[in-house]
Design a protein around this ligand. Structure first.
Ligand SMILES: NC(=O)C1=CN([C@@H]2O[C@H](COP(=O)(O)OP(=O)(O)OC[C@H]3O[C@@H](n4cnc5c(N)ncnc54)[C@H](OP(=O)(O)O)[C@@H]3O)[C@@H](O)[C@H]2O)C=CC1
Ligand SMILES: O=C(O)[C@@H]1CCC=N1
Length: 283
């Protein structure tokens, strides 16, 4: 994970007044912490609960004098739970004591439903269920967020500001869309990295030295992503067409990728499989 967002969002947290408790300062929690500090959140506003933060996050915690695992933390205005879903049922009851009437509980955990969070933290507790993605580490993530009926406007705004420190935020009208959001953008970076891997392998299989093929593939994925980022008014299909000469090389490749055994068919199946897995994990 990088030291600071390379292309920061426009969030400004210098005047954020709430107390933020972050449970789990790993990949995702650590990215959030870095984003908050980068955007001016006062370190005194943050408490971390994590028995073993990774060394790079421990260094950030130490450098900013952030409270880590205090014996009796103050009630949170925003409690963010960012542990692995597999240990969530064990960890969540241990942090119930930081939840009060003013707290909004935010989960970034895959598969943990609002109903489950209400069960642990109280039926009338304000809860936001989110699914971010790893480009959050460079301030270029996107987070889907679904709120329960107890989240008030001020809480929604506070949560949005904290999430916006690591990228864009999409509020979801329906919680069940989270499974599809997880499949598309939560898991999505893995598909793009796999594209870089497989493009490199294909280049090597076609006869290039493998290190050259890897450099070409990597730079192509980086550059195409950046081009799309810097062309917000141009549809991806147009960017694709701009590469594709009539009956040229790209056309020949796309005939394969868009055919019966093609990548778009594979993607339909992949997204369906990931969304199905997200529903299976729900609890
Ligand atoms: N990675 C991704 O692409 C995405 C992840 N998510 C969600 O984010 C959540 C976190 O994932 P990720 O950041 O990748 O996981 P990590 O394992 O990197 O981070 C989890 C952190 O929680 C710590 N932890 C373990 N036990 C406790 C405890 N009892 N109390 C507090 N903290 C504890 C872990 O420590 P230790 O390592 O020592 O166990 C670790 O530092 C998951 O629920 C995942 O579903 C959502 C979207 C995308
Ligand atoms: O693979 C997973 O289950 C998590 C959720 C989204 C990204 N990683």
């Amino acid at each position: 994970m990088s030291a600071a967002p390379a292309t920061p969002s426009t969030a400004n947290l210098a005047d954020f007044t709430g107390h933020v408790v972050l449970v789990g300062a790993g990949q995702m929690g650590g990215a959030l912490l870095r984003g908050w500090l980068f955007h001016g959140l006062a370190p005194s506003r943050v408490t971390i609960i994590d028995p073993r933060p990774p060394a790079n996050i421990q260094a950030v915690i130490d450098a900013h004098g952030i409270a880590l695992d205090p014996v009796s933390p103050a009630i949170a205005d925003v409690l963010i739970v960012a542990v692995k879903p597999q240990i969530a049922d064990e960890v969540m009851p241990l942090v119930r004591h930081v939840v009060g009437p003013q707290t909004v509980v935010v989960s970034v955990m895959a598969g943990k439903t609002i109903a489950r969070l209400e069960q642990v933290f109280g039926a009338t507790t304000a809860v936001v269920r989110t699914i971010p993605n790893t480009p959050a580490a460079v301030g270029r993530g996107i987070t889907g967020a679904a709120a329960n009926a107890h989240v008030n406007a001020a809480q929604r705004s506070a949560v949005e500001r904290l999430l916006a420190a690591v990228g864009r935020v999409e509020w979801l009208a329906r919680e069940d869309w989270i499974d599809i959001v997880t499949a598309v953008s939560g898991s999505g970076p893995a598909y793009v990295f796999f594209l870089a891997e497989t493009l490199a392998r294909a280049g090597a299989a076609a006869g290039l030295p493998s290190d050259l093929a890897a450099r070409l593939a990597r730079a192509t994925v980086e550059g195409a992503g950046e081009l799309m980022y810097r062309s917000p008014d141009i549809e991806p299909a147009t960017l694709r067409q701009n590469v594709t000469s009539p009956n040229g090389t790209t056309h020949a490749a796309l005939q394969v990728l868009m055919g019966q055994q093609g990548i778009d068919v594979a993607f339909m199946e992949a997204i369906a499989a990931a969304a199905k897995r997200s529903r299976e994990l729900a609890g």
